[in-house]
Design a protein around this ligand. Structure first.
Ligand SMILES: [Zn+2]
Ligand SMILES: [Zn+2]
Length: 225
């Protein structure tokens, strides 16, 4: 594991606390607590699959390669895939994450004309501070966050590199962080409770409205108010 940039930041106890143990898939399945998984209260409208998987992996102390092998047994965990509807089956994801299929379908990008997307991971710093990444952030024609009106960024503020918009074991082990230098995408301060939906109601509504405008009825599954 790389030296942890987190160790200089006192505000990241939560993600420190869930530092990933090395488990085989069988060990994880065996020790899995029934009912533990993904709390729907953590979900924000239009949340992307990678954002959901980061919370799920943290909540279950699940190493990236174990999660990848569980989710896509046929794929190489280090290579992974782009989270598109053509690559991942929402019904299979539902069995793992316990979330409704329409939420999971919304969390993936399609290949329709309205869904042209960025190949690099794109983020709003304030959303990252809330432990949230939106499918909207990846759409080519979106330039600002619907909630915070901040410019969407692709470059890491520390190393200036871009993280790819893919799901693989390294990306899963860098929640809301640059995959190269592990700096956090927000203002350097991690939210103490990254899984709490601390986003203001008006911000959630703004995202929801934008989801409806951009993705039509598809968006309905990604919102919980
Ligand atoms: Zn934002
Ligand atoms: Zn970086």
């Amino acid at each position: 594991m790389q030296p942890d940039a987190c160790s200089q930041q006192p505000s990241c106890e939560v993600l420190e606390a869930v530092r990933f143990p090395i488990l085989t898939f069988d060990e994880w399945q065996h020790g899995r607590t029934p009912g533990r998984g993904f709390n729907p209260d953590w979900l924000l409208p239009g949340e992307s699959l990678i954002s959901i998987l980061w919370k799920f992996a943290c909540a279950n102390a699940l190493p990236g390669d174990v999660l990848m092998r569980t989710m896509c047994p046929d794929a190489d965990p280090r290579e992974g895939m782009i989270p598109l509807r053509s690559a991942l089956d929402p019904n299979q994801l539902r069995r793992l994450l316990g979330l409704p299929v329409n939420v999971l379908r919304t969390s993936l990008l399609g290949r329709t004309s309205g869904d042209r997307y960025h190949a690099a991971f794109r983020y709003c710093r304030q959303c990252a501070a809330h432990g949230y990444h939106s499918v909207l952030h990846q759409l080519a024609e979106e330039h600002r966050c619907a909630a915070h009106r901040q410019e969407l960024r692709t470059q890491c503020l520390q190393c200036r590199r871009q993280s790819p918009f893919i799901i693989n074991s390294s990306v899963i082990e860098a929640p809301f962080r640059c995959v190269w230098c592990r700096s956090h995408f927000c203002y350097g301060l991690l939210p103490v409770r990254s899984t709490t939906p601390a986003m203001r109601r008006q911000d959630r509504l703004a995202i929801q409205d934008r989801m409806r405008l951009r993705l039509g009825r598809d968006a309905s599954g990604g919102s919980n108010g």
